[in-house]
Design a protein around this ligand. Structure first.
Ligand SMILES: C[S@@+](CC[C@H](N)C(=O)[O-])C[C@H]1O[C@@H](n2cnc3c(N)ncnc32)[C@H](O)[C@@H]1O
Length: 375
């Protein structure tokens, strides 16, 4: 196999192995089902919610109601569940979330030989690095959660890079329609749009804690090609994938295995920090410590851009129910608790300045919270 003989992938910015026809067809079916349900069916569920007098009353002053979020969500959920259309939407969401792995893992396994040949293709070095540190403690919340219903979690299968890069990514996620992502949303463009929220025109060194692979840093590189990039994560599998992806694309990135709370970077050493889809995968105390660490490593005047699903206060009550649902039903234990918090307020308390929170897309997503270290 040579790099030239590989198919283009619409989601990974480099070529990868393609699944066999049967595997692809199964994944394409799931992608179509999810986008149809999240687009067409959910529109009707929204109409049902708004037509319900209790739903309409809840939608008024939703953010200002003087009740704990758990009570507000419970009331909105009761209204939502009166709609058969909403229940159908949820049933299909759960079905797709499970099936992408039930179908995706055997489809990947069927291409093991091709995957191994793909990983063996020599890469012209781009100068980046991969530093794995088996001595760092992996918190239980990370190792014991089957994120998004992924069997074994992020590191649970040695070929998840292919399952995601050749199956779930390009055939299902690419069509949107899951969690906070609306049907038809373009995930790659969303990341670029988030990177554009850095307020300055250029940056020297940008750090991404919880980078997973190379998705967000690739977007940062597009917006700030001059910036030196550093990414860290707990997952060795994701870091290996990220390193391979960046090197294949000829982009120099330093990947390090680190806990976001303890980056081991010198104080005042980075110009920008980006956190994308990290917050909802960490408990509240870990999030707070991660923000403190970001403030420590930022240079005075440096900027933090954070993007995650919106807080409950920033969305319609039905959307809040949809986001809350992921906690119980899609392997996202911290989705609800992290949506209850106004992170802009937390950042101000921690000492960030010029803090702003706003949305740049439909149904409140992507949601941005950004701020700077005092100059
Ligand atoms: C949804 S993924 C997002 C990955 C990446 N930011 C992106 O844009 O694709 C969340 C990531 O957070 C990482 N993570 C969770 N807790 C972490 C921690 N305490 N320190 C570093 N990474 C963490 C996970 O391993 C996972 O890669």
């Amino acid at each position: 196999m040579t790099n030239a003989s590989l198919p283009e992938s619409p989601i990974t910015p480099f070529k990868t192995v393609s699944l066999a026809q049967r595997g692809r067809a199964g994944m394409e079916f799931l992608g179509s089902l999810q986008s149809f349900v999240a687009g067409t069916v959910r529109q009707r569920a929204r109409a049902d919610f708004n037509a319900d007098p209790e739903g309409a009353a809840l939608a008024q002053n939703w953010a200002q109601r003087n009740e704990p979020w758990s009570e507000r969500i419970a009331k909105a959920k009761a209204v939502a569940e009166r709609s058969t259309t909403y229940r159908y939407d949820r049933l299909m969401q759960r079905y797709v979330a499970e099936e992408v792995y039930t179908k995706g893992i055997p489809a990947t396994e069927a291409r093991r030989a091709e995957a191994e040949a793909f990983y063996a293709i020599p890469i012209k070095p781009a100068g980046g690095s991969l530093e794995l540190d088996p001595s760092i403690p992996i918190p239980k919340y990370h190792s014991e959660t089957e994120w998004h219903l992924m069997p074994g979690g992020w590191d649970g299968y040695d070929l998840y890079g292919i399952t995601m890069g050749s199956g779930v990514g390009p055939l299902v996620f690419v069509r949107g329609g899951f969690a906070a992502v609306e049907a038809g949303d373009d995930l790659r463009q969303q990341r670029i749009d988030v990177a554009k929220q850095f307020p300055k025109k250029s940056y020297g060194r940008i750090y991404e804690p919880g980078c997973g692979g190379f998705g967000t840093l690739a977007a940062v590189h597009k917006v700030f090609p001059e910036a030196e990039l550093v990414g860290s994560d707990l997952s060795p599998h994701l870091l290996r994938q990220g390193h391979m992806g960046a090197e294949r694309m000829g982009i120099k990135v330093d990947f390090k295995q680190r806990d976001a709370r303890d980056t081991k970077e010198p104080s005042n050493s980075v110009d920008g920090v980006i956190m994308y889809a990290l917050q909802h995968e960490m408990p509240i105390d870990v999030n707070i410590d991660t923000l403190k660490e970001a403030l420590r490593i930022l240079k005075p005047g440096g900027d933090l851009v954070m993007s995650d699903p919106p807080p409950f206060a920033a969305v319609h009550p039905l959307q809040a129910v949809v986001l809350d649902w992921d906690t119980e039903h899609r392997g996202e234990p911290f989705f609800t608790v992290t949506r209850e918090v106004e992170w802009a307020d937390v950042m101000k308390e921690l000492g960030f300045v010029n803090v702003e929170a706003y949305t740049i897309g439909a149904q409140g997503y992507p949601y941005i919270v950004r701020g700077s270290k005092p100059a």
